[in-house]
Design a binder for this molecule. Structure first.
Ligand SMILES: O=C(O)CCC(=O)C(=O)O
Length: 312
């Protein structure tokens, strides 16, 4: 059951998201939902191997939720729909989601931002093209790997914007644990949560996570939504459809390019939410992106032009 207060009762969440680039909706998911998610996440974690953990050592794991129809319950959850109303999301659309789970005694997640549309001037405006919803399945603290972020960096320039490309293999494997991208940053804010909270953030915001120094796994579901899909340029909509279809996404190990390079024939496409069994699909179908033109997908560029950002 949704515990979310009415949109009028929490105007500060919307303002904080716009101004600081994030907000926390407290205790909007009930214990039964969290338990169901923990169960589904634990089952998914049993399927990954040591190589997956080694490749994604900094993240902990990077499991695309499209392979697990039981996650329909959270993607289509009424509490999230109510939260979208509170935040004034006019036409929310889902593109992807990941299970990011830090095992006991694992390193910090590198500082990064996740936006890929920096070639478009829209990215240097107040318009929010993409947001994350982070749903931690345990309580978090700086000791077990809570989120940390740099408020305002969705709009304001920061030296980390010019850092070597995050999301790369070296950083994910933690080849150099002394890299400053794993360390404390001045001005950063810790975001400890209680399971049932939902953290919302602009995809442009710089963020990372503390090391998990505890004895227990720290699991997180990151869901990516587009608050107002209908106002986005056609090329961005086309790229969002590609992400949903799992084509050419750099953080999705199972993503395909459209052609298999060696065989020169169409590669089999991985599972998407559109392939889910009818009951699961029914819970999320209203959130699918739909192509509204034959535009080419917007270029994938994760590096901002800092000259176009505001001075902090
Ligand atoms: O592991 C975390 O706490 C943060 C995950 C994250 O940064 C992301 O999903 O982009």
């Amino acid at each position: 059951m949704s515990k979310m207060p009415s949109p009028d009762a929490t105007p500060e969440l919307k303002v904080q998201l716009q101004q600081q680039g994030y907000c926390v909706a407290s205790q909007i998911l009930d214990a039964a939902t969290i338990e169901h998610l923990q169960h589904t996440a634990n089952a998914a974690l049993t399927e990954i191997d040591e190589e997956h953990r080694a490749t994604n050592r900094s993240q902990g794991s990077l499991i695309n939720l499209s392979d697990y129809p039981d996650f329909s319950r959270i993607i289509g959850h009424q509490s999230l729909a109510t939260l979208f109303e509170v935040l004034g999301f006019a036409n929310p659309v889902f593109s992807s989601g990941y299970l990011i789970s830090k095992p006991p005694h694992s390193p910090a997640l590198f500082w990064h931002q996740d936006w890929w549309g920096w070639d478009d001037d829209l990215s240097y405006s107040d318009a929010m093209a993409q947001v994350f919803l982070m749903i931690y399945l345990t309580d978090t603290t700086p000791d077990n790997g809570c989120l940390r972020l740099l408020p305002g960096t969705h709009r304001n320039r920061h030296p980390l914007h010019s850092a070597d490309a995050a999301h790369g293999d070296e950083l994910s494997r933690v080849r150099n644990p002394e890299d400053p991208l794993y360390k404390h940053m001045d001005g950063s804010v810790d975001i400890p949560v209680i399971a049932g909270d939902v953290v919302v953030g602009d995809a442009r915001l710089l963020h990372g996570a503390h090391a998990n120094q505890s004895e227990h796994e720290r699991s997180l579901l990151t869901l990516w939504f587009h608050p107002d899909y209908s106002m986005l340029p056609a090329g961005m909509q086309a790229r969002i459809c590609e992400i949903f279809d799992r084509r050419g996404v750099d953080t999705d190990p199972q993503a395909t390019s459209t052609m298999d390079a060696q065989l020169s024939q169409p590669a089999p496409l991985p599972t998407t939410l559109a392939d889910w069994p009818a009951p699961n699909k029914g819970e999320v179908e209203h959130l699918f992106p739909v192509m509204q033109s034959d535009a080419a997908p917007h270029d994938w560029n994760r590096t901002p032009d800092t000259t176009k950002m505001k001075a902090s």
